[in-house]
Design a protein around this ligand. Structure first.
Ligand code: G
Ligand code: G
Ligand code: MN
Ligand code: NA
Length: 256
């Protein structure tokens, strides 16, 4: 339909934009990375939220060129940010990958090309996948993951806890990071059951040697509780909204 036709031209004309949301070390109060979030600003329909056009792009296959565009641009933006900062540990870039992209045979080459971006710090690319995507394993996916690990790419589970999945993949799949979904964070610290769940997730992550990022932190009380239970990393409006790469540079300079 109409939106689909517009998506066609938007991809051809690269009408998309990227915003970057800082990931923060909530104990040291430092920016450690950025999550790339795609926007479609010039649509005649106004600002179409990614929650709408990403699922459509998945259905139509547009997600392949769009995802490649995101990967290219996010890594070149990050190379610039990393070179501007004098940090001991330069910020990493985290890119959302959807199911179809993950299974696409061209994906590995796109990642390789992205990693070849001049100035990009080795080991600073993270890919975010949902539980349902990580659950679907076969020889191709296992080979792909081995290659990605060999290239120093980190793998994060996005929206952790919301998918229909078993926990077995945590043991069998080379995951580096768990991103605790915002719905678990919303009702802490006042709901003791939610607190217990988040605490449990942090414990599991610690035991398995995984990093944890709490998503959607909006209140200081949430941050305090998370810091108290040893959840070291967070993301949310309390710290920063998704921003332009120029604003990201400012944020890094302030912390530098
Ligand atoms: O930024 P916002 O909260 O509106 O994002 C909504 C959804 O779109 C989130 O689930 C997010 O993971 C997804 N999303 C944002 N950018 C990308 C992207 O570049 N690729 C994919 N596959 N999903 C994205
Ligand atoms: O599915 P994914 O986790 O990638 O989606 C992240 C989305 O959550 C982004 O679109 C981002 O804009 C949004 N987001 C990030 N921090 C907050 C927050 O503190 N509150 C709310 N409501 N949304 C947030
Ligand atoms: Mn994400
Ligand atoms: Na997320």
């Amino acid at each position: 339909h109409d939106l689909q036709a517009r998506l066609d031209t938007a991809i051809a004309r690269e009408e998309f934009a990227l915003r970057y949301q800082p990931v923060v070390d909530i104990i040291a109060d430092e920016v450690v990375g950025f999550e790339a979030l795609v926007r479609w600003p010039h649509s005649r329909r106004g600002l179409v939220p990614p929650g709408q056009f990403i699922p459509l792009a998945e259905e139509t296959g547009h997600i392949m060129p769009l995802g490649a565009w995101v990967l290219r641009n996010a890594t070149s933006d990050m190379a610039r940010l990393q070179n501007g900062s004098r940090w001991a540990t330069p910020p990493y870039i985290s890119v959302n990958v959807s199911a179809r992209q993950w299974r696409d045979t061209g994906f590995l080459d796109e990642v390789r090309r992205a990693l070849d971006t001049p100035g990009l710090v080795p080991g600073s690319l993270q890919l975010e996948l949902t539980e349902s995507v990580l659950m679907q394993r076969d020889n191709h996916i296992d080979a792909l993951t081995r290659e990605l690990k060999g290239l120093g790419v980190r793998i994060a589970v996005d929206d952790f806890g919301t998918g229909y999945s078993s926990l077995r993949y945590l043991q069998e799949f080379p995951i580096d990071v768990l991103k605790i979904d915002k719905t678990f964070i919303d009702d802490i610290p006042q709901d003791p059951r939610q607190v217990a769940l988040v605490e449990g997730i942090v414990r599991i992550a610690d035991t398995l040697g995984l990093q944890v990022i709490a998503e959607g932190i909006e209140e200081p009380a949430q941050r305090e509780l998370l810091a108290g239970i040893g959840c070291r990393f967070g993301q949310g409006y309390l710290f920063a909204r998704p921003m332009t790469v120029e604003q990201g540079e400012q944020v890094l300079r302030r912390h530098d």
